[in-house]
Unconditional design. Structure first.
Length: 284
């Protein structure tokens, strides 16, 4: 038993020694009592960025800071982080998931470009712009939900995300830039909200071979999405009243469904009443 316990302790120690980031691997500067991460020299699989470095809060990740850190599989960013520079996680090809803290209000272009293993992205509510090539060539990404704060998706943002099939656009989205979803071969039947007034050249429904087979757009009559579909020869499905279709149904008109416990209780008391009635009749 003691031998098994010792082996477990050693395995635990080795796991976190080999795969968890060491503070000395992170390069940073402190200016005006704020820490900025400028680079990373380790080969960890799990990266937990501390909320403070050098006694100052970490507020920024500089351009190219984790450029081609191919060993990283998981990155945990600190609350309080405000800005992520361009290409800061460029071609972190082993990265599986990223949760961007709610404190982040700015991300640079190409921030996660080439993260080919990235499967899950959670975006903060403060972001208003997804910059150029931000998630370009994230070929393992299957779905994305954009927060309501997003108004602008810039060019090439999700280009080359060939597995992306489920896209939930922000209801406040205004602009989808040129080639923003170019090469998203798995995307079809996309609903484009009425708030969108601009859809760029070959932004939706195209790849390197031309038009994506079976691609169609859902939207309202007279909208920018209908115009884009007509100009590019895509099938368009019009929704008369978008708000009614996508809003939750009115519960007051829906039948009330009792929890199963009440149904069982009702059946029990009904059976007991029948038995009692039968016994009374027999006594008479």
């Amino acid at each position: 038993m003691k031998k098994i316990t010792l082996i477990m302790i050693i395995a635990f120690f080795l796991h976190f020694t080999n795969f968890t980031v060491h503070a000395e691997d992170i390069r940073y500067t402190v200016i005006n009592d704020r820490a900025t991460i400028t680079g990373f020299s380790g080969e960890a699989e799990t990266l937990v960025i501390p909320s403070e470095l050098g006694g100052a809060p970490v507020t920024e990740i500089r351009d190219n800071a984790f450029y081609k850190c191919s060993s990283l599989r998981e990155i945990i960013l600190p609350e309080g982080l405000k800005k992520m520079g361009h290409h800061c996680f460029y071609e972190c090809t082993s990265l599986k998931k990223i949760v961007i803290p709610d404190s982040v209000s700015e991300t640079g272009m190409g921030c996660f470009e080439g993260c080919s293993s990235l499967e899950e992205i959670i975006l903060p509510e403060k972001l208003t712009i997804l910059p150029e090539s931000c998630f370009r060539d994230c070929s393992s990404l299957k779905n994305i939900m954009l927060p309501q704060s997003i108004t602008d998706i810039q060019k090439f943002c999700f280009a080359g995300c060939s597995s992306l099939s489920d896209i939930s656009f922000s209801g406040n989205l205004v602009s989808i830039g040129d080639l923003a979803f170019y090469g998203c071969n798995s995307a079809s039947d996309l609903y484009i909200p009425d708030s969108v007034s601009y859809i760029g050249i070959h932004s939706l429904g195209y790849n390197e071979y031309g038009k994506i087979s079976g691609f169609s757009i859902i939207g309202s009559n007279g909208s920018a999405s209908e115009k884009y579909a007509e100009e590019n020869g895509f099938h368009f499905s019009a929704i008369p009243e978008t708000a009614e279709v996508f809003a939750p149904s009115e519960s007051r008109y829906a039948p009330v469904k009792l929890p199963e416990i009440f149904l069982f209780a009702g059946m029990f008391f009904l059976i007991m009443a029948i038995i009692s009635t039968f016994r009374i009749k027999r006594r008479r």
